[in-house]
Design a protein around this ligand. Structure first.
Ligand code: GLY
Length: 371
């Protein structure tokens, strides 16, 4: 039994108690960010749609409560229909189908769900721009030309491609994933270990045009959740390929992230703001994502080096549990308070976010179940 077991076990009891209640109100819908205690619901094609079924599958694996499974299966049915909504889809099919279809395939041996994930991998591979060696993030939402835009979050969608290559024993998807990851290493990662959110390229020639602020404060600032996606994403690229440069990048981003945390281990929404103070919102979702990535990273490193990252992850999770949880608040559907969705557009600022909840629970179970 590890030394974290006492508080982690109490945290898990709080989580499952709350999920038993919120699964009744949320049902098989697609929560996004919470406002006034209720999660706003999204469409099945929204980038967040996999997180609720992902959370239900985590709860099902621990409890074997069939209600969690049945709700997740209904979510998968709705998500699978989006495969025919081509113009609504985007690179985040990795989050969507990875958490919904691949879990359903693995846990229920559901061949149809496996087929959904393989089709999603083919759509993701189809977003690859061979001139610039990047995966295009989005359609031209809002009339803006996004044909040359790649974003840091996409590292977390690459596991869908690595998984598909393994599943059908064909390297094509893996090659695309690694070409994109190499572009991110070269064009997004800065010497200090921070990362850009968006880098745009000329879609015809592939030449770099420049960095953009995206959800960060500025093009050359350091959006905290972007750093968390990079830390976890590079770690997963290393897991699938064994390529040392991905591990080095994951450690560089992790060290930057950890060195810029305030005392309670939960970052402000951007690490390079002109001013910090009590009024600046935190992003608890960035802490949850980073903690889960750090636990993955720790498991891939030699024991002593890994133990240091594990210690940091545990400290972040404990602070989230003790200082950021809405455990006993019957009026709130979210688990973790004080996340920041999109500060500049005032979307879900200082609110629970479903992906913060998902990664908190994912990380907590990794920590709790470590022998
Ligand atoms: N764009 C995905 C996120 O908010 O992290």
């Amino acid at each position: 039994m590890n030394t974290e077991s006492n508080w982690a076990e109490s945290a898990w009891q709080k989580v499952i108690h709350k999920l038993e209640r919120t699964s009744k109100s949320i049902g098989a819908s697609f929560p996004n960010g919470s406002a006034n205690g209720r999660y706003e619901r999204s469409s099945p094609h929204d980038w967040v749609s996999g997180f609720w079924p992902g959370l239900l599958w985590l709860a099902y694996q621990e409890t074997k409560n069939d209600r969690f499974k049945l709700l997740a299966v209904e979510c998968e049915r709705q998500i699978s229909h989006t495969l025919w909504e081509f113009e609504h889809l985007h690179h985040d099919v990795g989050f969507m189908f990875g958490l919904s279809s691949i879990n359903q395939y693995k846990l229920m041996q559901d061949e149809e769900a496996k087929r959904h994930a393989l089709m999603a991998a083919s759509l993701l591979a189809g977003r690859f721009n061979a001139a610039g060696k990047f995966i295009r993030a989005w359609p031209n939402w809002g009339g803006e030309d996004h044909s040359g835009w790649a974003i840091i979050d996409c590292l977390m969608n690459l596991p869908l491609l690595y998984w598909a290559s393994k599943e059908i024993d064909d390297p094509r998807y893996r090659h695309i994933a690694s070409l994109h990851a190499d572009t991110v290493l070269r064009e997004f990662l800065l010497a200090d270990g921070s990362v850009h959110h968006i880098v745009s390229f000329d879609p015809e020639t592939g030449e770099r045009v420049g960095a953009r602020a995206g959800q960060g404060y500025a093009a050359d600032s350091a959006w905290a959740r972007g750093a968390a996606w990079a830390l976890y994403g590079f770690t997963l690229c290393y897991f699938y390929t064994g390529q040392a440069s991905y591990m080095e990048a994951a450690k560089r981003v992790a060290d930057y992230f950890l060195h810029h945390l305030p005392e309670d281990q939960v970052p402000y929404w951007d690490f390079k703001l002109p001013e910090f103070g009590t009024q600046v919102p935190r992003d608890s979702s960035a802490a949850a994502i980073a903690a889960s990535g750090l636990l993955e990273l720790a498991a891939l490193l030699p024991v002593e080096e890994g133990a240091e990252y594990q210690r940091h992850a545990a400290a972040m999770l404990r602070s989230l549990y003790e200082n950021y949880g809405a455990w006993d608040d019957e009026e709130e559907e979210g688990l973790l308070l004080h996340a920041t969705g999109y500060f500049a557009q005032d979307i879900h600022v200082d609110a629970p976010l479903i992906y913060g909840d998902y990664y908190f629970v994912e990380a907590l179970l990794k920590l709790k179940n470590t022998p």
